[in-house]
Design a protein around this ligand. Structure first.
Ligand code: ADP
Ligand code: TRP
Length: 320
């Protein structure tokens, strides 16, 4: 089984990214041949500041390696180091119906907000299809919001195969159903773009401030509360053991929970969960050349596969 996923370097990674994507990626390293890449070409559709883009790319690489991506098991690379990807993307655009892209959420949302999208955003799903198809991926582990893009990839691959013969493997998505959308400090889906996120590598005072900013109501301590409507409980349950979650649920329902107590516990759970990764990240950050080497070696391995797929696609459509 070949597994592929990409992560956009468009800001610091947060708990939603971790539970919705990164954790699955790491678990899957043992289940097949994993390809993970930093989607820097995709990030250009939103990040237009070169210094910031470089910084984000470095951050994502450090984050993934610190959290447990093992370059001996998974191939880890930067999208922009594979020139085969944009070339394949062009071949794919020539079989992609406009209507298919017009139906994509990210594009539709921008139009609905009255903003004027650029062609990069419109063509974004085609580039994503190239990422996936170029390594013959069978499985694409992503968050629910990316499901549509994987469906578009399948449509494009089928169209190409119908026209030119069996060139591409048809991939499937893999969504972590239990997690769903991780809520942010305001209870909406956690997202960098909503400014409601909690960074994976926040610690100490910065983490405390962020957790204390989780929005709660002003119900008195003794009042019985619906745990499922509480932002702190909804985050805590994602990190606590099932028995502890059951206890908090009980206490919320009965009344008598102080939100600050629950927030403190959430901080302790995050410290426990991410403490070792924070240490590893600091250590890796002091060896930037080694991180570069990992990405270079990953690109070398990925290109070996990508160039074979591209050659197949070129041949199929008469470009050999
Ligand atoms: P953001 O919304 O912060 O910009 P991205 O769109 O870059 O995050 O998401 C990167 C990955 O993390 C995707 O696979 C996405 O589905 C997952 N993800 C992001 N936010 C959440 C969330 N709140 N809950 C679950 N998964 C999420
Ligand atoms: N669009 C994805 C996201 O925003 C990132 C991505 C780019 C990706 N190419 C991909 C994910 C290919 C999976 C497969 O999260």
């Amino acid at each position: 089984m070949r597994i592929l996923s990409g992560i956009q370097p468009s800001g610091k990674l947060h708990l939603g990214n971790y539970l919705g994507a990164i954790q699955q990626h790491l678990d899957l390293q043992d289940k097949g041949e994993a390809y993970y890449f930093i989607a820097d070409l995709h990030a250009l559709t939103t990040v237009k500041d070169p210094r910031l883009l470089r910084e984000h790319i470095r951050d994502v690489a450090l984050d993934y390696l610190a959290l447990g991506l093992d370059p001996a098991r998974a191939t880890f690379y930067r999208q922009a180091d594979l020139p085969e990807v944009p070339e394949l993307s062009w071949l794919l655009t020539t079989v992609t119906p406009m209507g298919l892209l017009e139906r994509c959420h990210s594009y539709k949302d921008k139009i609905a907000k009255g903003l004027s999208p650029d062609h990069g955003l419109f063509a974004y799903p085609v580039l994503m299809a190239a990422d996936i198809l170029i390594v013959d991926a069978n499985v694409v582990p992503v968050g629910r919001d990316q499901k549509q893009h994987v469906e578009v990839t399948r449509d494009i691959a089928l169209k190409f195969n119908n026209l030119y013969g069996e060139v591409f493997v048809i991939p499937e998505d893999r969504i972590l159903p239990e997690v769903g959308a991780v809520p942010g400090v305001d209870g909406q889906k956690m997202s960098k773009s909503y400014g409601n996120d909690i960074g994976i590598f926040l610690e100490g005072k910065a983490l405390r401030e962020r957790v204390m900013a989780i929005v709660t109501d002003s119900a008195p301590v003794e009042a019985p509360k619906n745990p499922d409507a509480n932002n702190v409980f909804n985050l805590l349950k994602l990190f606590a053991a099932p028995e502890e979650t059951a206890e908090w649920r009980e206490r919320f329902t009965r009344g008598g929970v102080k939100y600050s107590e629950c927030k403190k516990r959430l901080i302790a759970l995050l410290d426990e969960r991410f403490g070792p990764a924070r240490e590893r990240r600091r250590e890796l950050a002091s060896r930037p050349d080694d991180v570069q080497d990992v990405l270079r070696e990953g690109a070398r391995r990925a290109r070996a596969v990508a160039s074979a797929t591209l050659a197949r696609a070129r041949r199929a459509c008469g470009l050999d």
